[in-house]
Design a protein around this ligand. Structure first.
Ligand SMILES: O=C(O)c1cc(C(=O)O)c2c(n1)C(=O)C(=O)c1cc(C(=O)O)[nH]c1-2
Ligand SMILES: [Ca+2]
Length: 717
């Protein structure tokens, strides 16, 4: 890897042109296009140019890349597609092979957020942590490298690799599991490792830290830190190369377990959790860090996308990063120093009351957010004020277009904080979390101590008086003020954005509509029904003078088991496709509605003698092990286990303990569950199937639909 060229980046041109050369669009990752072929005067003529079936029904989060007429993008588990960008003709695809036991360590669906293209290679991080460099013309593997340092822990990979000159940098996911976060830089030409940066220290009893930055970080962790569990700090989404200072900026994740009282008892900032950290491209050494959420208890990650710009601050042009992490603040950060120049709240926050620019820290309010001594309603909730959904920045209007969620969730400790056992390669979040748009309705169903604590909570009034708000906004970065906003369909209806110099903002929704709005007012200028749920960000490019707008469809990600009733994925199935539009194009073929739900089959009489204790044990084991994937909600992506047929009932033990369906993505559990436990789970499911069937037969007799959804997601980690 010696003597390679480090490509020059021209930072004087802002926004993407004909090519959209990385998932963020341009060097600034602005999701902004300079193309003006499609504008307010003609946008109403947009129609379908071509569509491409991505061959799955899970989750699509990637923004495609287009270079010289070829589109490259990624999908489920890191599958890669190369297509003719003008016609949709498939040039090649690549499906990474992996042991599907990995499905046990994936928190938030089989997402992949995109690819990197450089030196004639397309680079993707597969779900199992393998990094592949593929020949851009043929799709053949040129090199591959295992980025995971310890396969005995719950590491996965969902983020896009980031190009930094001659290097490609990749992180990983798993802060809800038993991991310690890090990023690794590899040479693009041959995959040789250049450097690795760990985001948190390791147990000092086990020898020297890997690099000097960790010695400083160690001071911010307590002596009782549960290093064995992992600590978290995963870099699962944004990594951004800043060519101006030749540095790689990483966004780090939450603490693991969530409660600091388990993770690092006695407090401390726990560096470098929930931080932006700038690393020198060549050496991997730290230039600066900014911790956005110290002392994390809440999964308030800083992994969300970063957008770069040069911006006038106090009368001076400064190179900045715009960052809206989960924690509810809008940060404008000096790229040279890492100092926050602005940090304004964009939603209600009660883990901090404002941000002190002088001190470079938030004003922490642990009395309303630390749940060590009882349940707390925390704003923003762990879905985040923002999440991975890409924002777009239009420098000509100084507007940042982003989906924002103003919502709290309820957190409490499910048990004592001492002697918590590490769950190997499994969930270790250590907190009970209730996500619901209607806490007021959910609270009466909670155990009395939790219920009372909630009703006496200072933020109970917020919950009662001001419902959650989920909206696309145009925001002024330095003030955080909203210039305009449009409401989305629900708290789960969140989506990425594209802005164009011609004054348009494009975005989709879960009901399957794609919109173009006026950048200055938010006014709707065009919409088209696609019949497929959209979360991913649209992008635009041009080939032979024709401008196209492309978007991937597919519902999933965090909370993926609960398909909202307003989603196209609920009524029409979760069609994953690429839809590409041009002026004068046609209608989008709309999938048919799914057939109506039918009453659950009669379950077998297998455990007719099951005791209530056995069923209760099965219920507890199901919640702890199975429910993160099997939500047992109508139209969920995975089978509702209250609707199993006789064949599946007959093979239940073989599926769960012997791995009969591992190739399909259902892992084996013989390392965590024994035969009696699996019998108890099965007895619980048969019991649930009986009650479901009885209820559904009754609904059917009365001529009523069978769709009854729960609005509440309880994760009892
Ligand atoms: O801590 C982690 O390592 C980690 C990983 C991921 C992921 O890889 O997708 C998510 C999260 N956390 C997370 O907190 C979160 O809200 C989330 C949403 C999504 C998604 O794809 O919709 N992924 C993740
Ligand atoms: Ca997380």
């Amino acid at each position: 890897a010696c003597g390679e060229d480090v490509p020059e980046v021209d930072t004087s041109i802002y926004g993407a042109g004909e090519n959209w050369d990385n998932p963020g669009g341009d060097w600034a990752e602005s999701h902004f296009s300079r193309l003006e072929g499609i504008n307010a005067d003609n946008v109403a003529e947009l129609g379908l140019a071509w569509e491409y079936d991505l061959g799955s029904a899970r989750v699509q989060e990637a923004t495609p890349v287009v270079i010289d007429g070829v589109m490259f993008t990624s999908g489920v588990l890191g599958k890669v597609y190369a297509l003719n960008a003008a016609t949709g003709e498939e040039l090649w695809t690549f499906t990474p092979e992996m042991d599907m036991q990995i499905a046990r360590s994936i928190c938030c669906d089989w997402a992949n957020r995109g690819i990197a293209v450089s030196q004639g290679k397309v680079i993707v991080g597969a779900a199992d942590g393998m990094l592949y460099a593929l020949n851009a013309e043929s799709g053949a593997v040129e090199w591959s490298v295992d980025t995971i340092i310890d396969h005995g822990r719950g590491y996965t990979s969902t983020g896009a690799p980031e190009l930094a000159g001659n290097l490609v940098v990749i992180g990983n996911a798993g802060a809800e599991y038993d991991t310690r976060g890090y990023v690794t830089a590899y040479h693009v030409d041959d995959g040789e490792e250049a450097w690795r940066f760990f985001t948190i220290p390791h147990d000092p009893a086990e020898g020297a830290q890997e690099h000097a930055e960790l010695d400083a970080a160690l001071e911010t962790w307590s002596e009782e830190t549960r290093w064995d569990i992992g600590g978290g700090g995963t870099v699962w989404d944004a990594i951004t190369y800043d060519p101006t200072f030749d540095q790689v900026i990483i966004g780090t994740g939450n603490g693991g377990p969530y409660p600091q009282a388990i993770r690092s008892p006695g407090g401390g900032d726990n560096l470098y959790l929930n931080s932006l950290v700038a690393l020198d491209r060549e050496s991997g050494e730290m230039n600066w860090y900014l911790q956005e959420t110290p002392q994390d208890n809440w999964d308030l990650t800083a992994t969300q996308p970063m957008l770069l710009a040069d911006m006038e601050v106090d009368g001076e042009q400064r190179p900045v990063i715009m960052h809206t992490p989960k924690n509810g603040f809008f940060f404008v950060i000096d790229r040279e120093t890492g100092k926050a120049l602005a940090a304004n709240p964009i939603v209600r926050t009660n883990w901090a009351d404002g941000w002190d620019l002088e001190a470079g820290r938030p004003n922490m309010t642990l009395e309303t957010s630390d749940y060590t001594n009882g349940p707390q309603i925390v704003f923003p909730g762990s879905p985040g004020a923002r999440n991975w959904y890409p924002a777009a920045y239009d420098p000509t209007r100084n507007s940042y277009f982003a989906h924002v969620l103003d919502m709290g969730n309820l957190l409490w400790l499910p048990g004592p904080v001492d002697n918590v056992e590490r769950q190997e390669k499994f969930l270790n979040a250590g907190a009970a979390i209730l996500f619901t748009p209607d806490l007021e309705a959910a609270v009466p169903t909670l155990p009395p101590p939790v219920r009372e604590a909630v009703e006496n909570h200072p933020q109970w009034q917020w919950v009662k008086d001001q419902p959650f708000k989920s909206e696309l906004r145009a925001i002024d970065p330095m003030t955080g003020e909203t210039k305009w906003a449009v409401e989305s369909l629900g708290w789960q209806d969140r989506h990425g954005a594209l802005a164009t110099k011609s004054g348009l903002v494009f975005h989709g929704n879960l009901a399957g509509q794609l919109f173009a709005r006026d950048s200055d007012t938010g006014e709707e200028l065009w919409r088209i029904d696609t019949g497929s749920s959209i979360m991913a960000a649209p992008m635009t490019y041009s080939v032979d003078g024709v401008q196209y707008v492309a978007v991937a469809t597919g519902w999933g990600g965090g909370g993926w088991g609960f398909v909202p009733g307003y989603a196209a994925a609920y009524h029409k199935g979760n069609r994953n496709r690429l839809l590409v539009f041009r002026l004068g194009g046609g209608e989008v073929p709309i999938p048919d509605d799914l057939p109506a739900l039918q009453p659950a089959d009669e379950p077998p009489a297998q455990y007719e003698d099951a005791t209530p204790e056995m069923i209760a044990m099965g219920s507890g084991l199901f919640t702890a092990n199975c429910s993160i994937c099997h939500s047992n909600q109508p139209r969920a992506p995975l089978p509702d286990l209250r609707r199993m047929n006789s064949g599946v009932h007959g093979a239940f033990q073989q599926i769960v303990l012997e791995g009969l369906l591992v190739p399909n993505g259902m892992p084996r559990w013989d390392d965590r569950l024994n035969e009696d436990q699996v019998k108890a789970i099965h007895a619980f499911l048969i019991d649930s199937q009986q009650s479901l069937r009885a209820r559904e037969l009754e609904l059917q007799r009365r001529g009523l639909p069978l769709d009854t959804q729960s609005l509440t997601i309880l994760s009892n980690y």
